[in-house]
Design a protein around this ligand. Structure first.
Ligand code: PMP
Length: 387
């Protein structure tokens, strides 16, 4: 009886496949999980201390809507230092409640009802619902393992219609760990320019690029002003619980997007902003150390999975591997359910990231080598029945 009072848009949304699976895992004792997409490191202490100090000093008020100016300045100088990108702290930045908010307010600001937004599957679980909630129409491109889960110019060209407004990119990718290099992007740039597409580039894993320095579409001058970069502190600075992110775009976009942020959020959490200033000023060593650890774990886990018979490509970024489970003949959900049932290990079924993820599982290596080792032994046991 209450159901009919709700909006149709909300009713068609499916709960996240990750959550659904982990609710199941939570009903069991002693589960080893390689499922969660967040760093196992606590936030570096100097960041925590700076936030605590701000509270002690009574800095408990709203900040300006776009975020503390010193933080926006630090974000811009960090982007310049790390990624060779130049933005103006006053005109081009909004500090948001995680990358999550930035995705939502960006889509709401650019989509008119019926506009198409291209998503690359398998992709982060929030993209499709965010497009639907913004009255947009998601259009999917399936990325292929044989292309290392990269987007090709032919795929992009084929997906564009006269309704296409934007394309949402996420490299390094959750869930595949795939990246796009400058050479990979180059053939896409004239297509984006020709069709005047907005590029929403979710670069939340930019720092976790293991072979080459991260490249953003905004590094191409021709499309810099068509690109909206979304990033945040959750992954590289191990700050998931602080709920702090940011977005960078041209002044026209920022002015309009800021109106939505202003009315629905007011300003991102103040203590978190003070912590982030400290992180950007003095935290590079800690970020580098964590990235080094992830790289060791990546090499360890990819070798481990290939050894036990689950073909896994070497991902160049983020902290996920995306092994193929096709050799078992099981669906990704069956595989994960049985692995949980028989060995008490939790991974995420690939189809949680869209139908293109069927035949794969997502495994996070944001866990210690000991935990990964323990899980690998159990997955190895599980795989014996298929050999
Ligand atoms: N984008 C991607 C690709 C993610 O994996 C995540 C978190 N899992 C987010 C955005 C959101 O991160 P947050 O809101 O914590 O910044």
């Amino acid at each position: 009886m209450y159901e009919e009072l709700l909006s149709d848009k909300v009713k068609v949304l499916k709960p996240s496949g990750i959550r659904k699976f982990f609710d199941l895992a939570a009903t069991r004792e002693g589960v080893i999980s390689l499922g969660v997409g967040e760093p196992d490191f606590a936030t570096p202490w100097h960041i925590r201390e700076a936030a605590i100090y701000s509270i002690k000093q009574g800095k408990t008020f709203y900040t300006g809507n776009a975020g503390l100016l010193p933080l926006r300045r630090e974000i811009c100088s960090y982007m310049h230092r790390q990624f060779n990108l130049d933005y103006d702290p006053v005109k081009n930045v909004i500090v948001t409640v995680g990358g999550s908010e930035a995705i939502d307010i960006t889509l709401r600001a650019i989509v008119n009802p019926g506009d198409e937004v291209i998503l690359l599957q398998p992709c982060y679980v929030a993209y499709e619902p965010s497009v639907i909630l913004a009255d947009g129409v998601p259009v999917f491109i399936e990325l292929k393992e044989e292309n290392q889960f990269k987007l090709t110019a032919q795929q992009l060209e084929a997906a564009i219609t006269d309704k296409t407004k934007a394309i949402l990119l996420n490299f390094p990718s959750n869930p595949t760990g795939g990246v796009m290099t400058r050479e990979d992007y180059a053939p896409l740039i004239p297509i984006i320019k020709k069709h005047n597409l907005i590029v929403i580039s979710d670069e939340i894993y930019a720092e976790l690029s293991y072979s080459e320095k991260h490249c953003s579409p905004a590094n191409f001058d021709e499309i810099k002003d068509l690109t909206i970069i979304i990033s945040g502190f959750s992954k590289a600075f191990a700050m998931t619980g602080w709920r702090l992110g940011y977005m960078l775009a041209n002044e026209t976009f920022i002015t309009q997007i800021l109106k939505i942020h202003q009315y629905v959020i007011m300003s991102a959490p103040t203590a978190a902003q003070f912590g982030a200033i400290e992180g950007l000023r003095n935290g590079q060593r800690h970020v580098d150390e964590m990235v080094e650890q992830y790289k060791l774990r990546r090499n360890f886990i990819v070798n481990g999975f290939n050894r036990i018979g689950l073909k896994t490509h070497m991902p160049e970024g983020a902290f996920y591997i995306f092994p193929s489970i096709k050799c078992t003949g099981l669906s990704s959900l069956e595989f994960c359910e049985r692995l949980l049932e028989e060995q008490n290990v939790a991974c995420v079924p690939g189809d949680a990231f869209g139908s293109a993820g069927e035949g794969y599982i997502r495994v996070s290596y944001a866990y210690s080598i000991e935990e990964i080792k323990g899980a690998l032994e159990k997955i190895g046991e599980f795989m014996k029945q298929f050999q």
